[in-house]
Write a protein that binds this ligand. Structure first.
Ligand code: 9MR
Length: 450
């Protein structure tokens, strides 16, 4: 967690280690023979991630399973559509600490590498949870369990320090039903302060990560569980427990439905001074109107930073029988996909006409520039901030060769450009080498103010 002078939350920061001094000025290239000038028009974004990034620097992400990264139909959609990733199971306690004190990060590292090398932000899921505990942890109790849990939080958050933008520090700690009580679990029985202890340990291990509480069935503002989580977050903010965000899983499957007061829930949590995230969205039979409503509700709340769907194709879903996702089993876009993309493209960029998104907001418009046989130019104009950081990704084998009018960092394969304002105005540009792919065009992944 990072404290700022206003509200304690800062927007995500890219952390590419490779910083290249790039040639300033592609002016010479403009004189190259055979150049074609493209019309100077910005168009509606054609992918979920690019459109979300234009809506106040939001993200549109998906849960990812490491064992599907070899499935090219899967990765084609992942790489094209999404600018955020949550490992579906690979960062859970049973995956990362299968034996006490022995940590295992292979599959999680694969997902993180896949995401970050393409400019996608990563949500870590999850550090402390009553479920998916390895056998050794299930058998512990009392202060031994508390210490083991805190050590787990510390070790895992330290391993991924600088790579994970948000952590689901604690997952699903409240009971369903009308009690408003904590869920009974071995962790809860170590003492009611186990949640804040986990947040403090995560904060110490990765001070720059945004720390979230994540749960399901906290979507309906009138539910006792929602109210109980709200009171916990209010209490944490009042007492200075380091919490930055609340994740609403929003599984509208298995009998749960999208509630008409969902926007009230989002804005009420946000009014406590935390960001809100829709972290595991899926909706039974994927009705276009419910997906549209969720998207519009997020866009209407400035602190709603983004939406993650819980899988790509229906066949990837934990509830595949309900066909709850945006792509069918063949990877084709469903009507819900079109509803979400249209809602994003029609959305108010700042999310709120009067309040800029705290710690986040700027918007971009991308203009196609000159195209040559082997390369092409792109310019990006930023609005809503004079100091900004924009992340743009091109699709390999394409690579970025030259940039201008900003301070540039490139990922090691030159596919992800992090451009910071350098006082030379709000439009920057870059040249992309086609390297055999003449059709792909760059996608803005995020725009962050400050
Ligand atoms: O999608 C996950 C599935 O593959 C696992 O078998 C399951 C085991 O608990 O967890 C699923 O993900 C859950 C997430 O971690 C927390 N919220 C509920 C999700 C769906 O069960």
């Amino acid at each position: 967690m990072i404290r700022s002078s206003t509200d304690g939350a800062r927007g995500p920061r890219p952390r590419y280690r490779t910083r290249l001094a790039l040639v300033i000025g592609a002016v010479g290239m403009l004189a190259t023979a055979g150049a074609i000038a493209l019309p100077n028009t910005a168009s509606a974004a054609s992918t979920l991630g690019a459109s979300a990034a234009e809506r106040g620097g939001r993200y549109f992400g998906t849960a990812v399973a490491a064992n599907k990264l070899n499935d090219s139909a899967y990765t084609t959609i992942l790489n094209r559509e999404f600018n955020q990733v949550t490992p579906e199971n690979e960062m859970k306690i049973d995956a990362t600490e299968p034996q006490r004190g022995q940590f295992s990060y292979g599959n999680a590292d694969r997902i993180v590498q896949h995401a970050r090398s393409r400019g996608m932000q990563v949500r870590g899921h999850t550090l402390a949870w009553h479920s998916q505990q390895p056998g050794w942890m299930q058998s512990l109790s009392g202060s031994t369990l508390r210490q083991a849990m805190l050590n787990h939080v510390t070790q895992v958050a330290t391993h991924f320090r600088g790579q994970v933008t948000w952590w689901d520090v604690v997952n699903e700690a409240y009971a369903d039903g009308s009690s408003g009580a904590r869920r009974d679990s071995n962790l809860q029985r170590t003492g009611n302060d186990w949640i804040e202890a986990a947040f403090r340990a995560a904060d110490a291990a990765d001070p720059n990560a945004q720390l979230c509480y994540n749960d399901y069935n906290i979507d309906n503002w009138n539910d006792a569980k929602t109210q109980a989580v709200y009171r916990m977050v209010q209490d944490f903010k009042q007492r200075g427990v380091p919490i930055d965000c609340v994740g609403l899983q929003s599984h509208f499957t298995g009998g749960s439905n999208y509630p008409s007061n969902y926007r009230t829930t989002l804005s009420s949590f946000a009014a406590l001074g935390v960001d809100v995230h829709i972290t595991e969205l899926d909706i039974r039979n994927a009705p276009a109107d419910a997906y549209r409503n969720v998207t519009n509700d997020c866009l209407a709340v400035a602190r709603c930073k983004g939406i993650t769907v819980w899988g790509i194709r229906d066949s990837d879903s934990w509830r595949s029988g309900e066909s709850p996702l945006l792509f069918n089993g063949s990877g084709q876009k469903k009507p819900a996909y079109d509803a979400v993309l249209t809602a994003l493209n029609n959305g108010n960029p700042g999310g709120n006409p009067t309040t800029p998104p705290p710690g986040g907001g700027c918007t971009t418009s991308t203009t196609a520039g000159t195209v040559w046989g082997d390369r092409y130019n792109t310019s990006v104009t930023v609005s809503g901030a004079s100091n900004w950081t924009v992340v743009v990704a091109v699709t390999a084998p394409q690579s970025i060769s030259t940039t201008w009018s900003g301070s540039a960092s490139l990922s090691s394969n030159n596919t992800v450009l992090t451009m910071r304002s350098n006082g030379s105005g709000n439009t920057f540009g870059f040249t992309t080498m086609m390297n055999g792919n003449s059709s792909a065009r760059p996608q803005v992944r995020s725009c962050t103010a400050g």
